[in-house]
Design a protein. Structure first.
Length: 94
C-alpha cells in the first residue's frame, strides 16, 4: 500500500466521519500524508500535530498491526504538536 492508496482509504472514511484539525504523517523520504480541511492529501505544510513514522509502520498502524501507544513507547512513531489531534484520528480509523 502506497501513500496515495492510504490517502484514498482515509478519504473514504472522511466521507462518513468528519475530522477536525490537521494532522501530518511525515514518512521521511517516502513522503508526507496530510489530513486537513476534511480530506487526506500528499501536501507538506504545517499541521496541528505531526507524527514521524515510516511508511511501513504507518501501514501497520492503519491496519491495526501497530498499537499507537506501543509505537510511541518503542520509538516507531514520534508525536509532536497537539496529541489530542492524533487521538481524534485514532477514533476516525478505529
Amino acid at each position: 500500500m502506497s501513500l496515495p492508496d492510504i490517502a484514498a482509504r482515509i478519504n473514504r472514511a472522511l466521507e462518513s466521519r468528519p475530522f477536525e484539525g490537521s494532522l501530518k504523517f511525515d514518512c521521511g523520504e517516502a513522503g508526507v500524508l496530510l489530513l486537513a480541511d476534511g480530506q487526506a492529501m500528499l501536501d507538506d505544510r504545517a499541521a496541528d500535530c505531526t507524527i514521524a513514522i515510516t511508511e511501513e509502520n504507518l501501514i501497520k498502524l492503519l491496519t491495526g498491526k501497530l498499537n499507537p501507544m506501543t509505537g510511541v513507547m518503542s520509538g516507531k512513531l514520534k508525536v509532536s504538536g497537539n496529541p489530542a489531534v492524533a487521538m481524534r484520528f485514532a477514533k476516525l480509523i478505529g
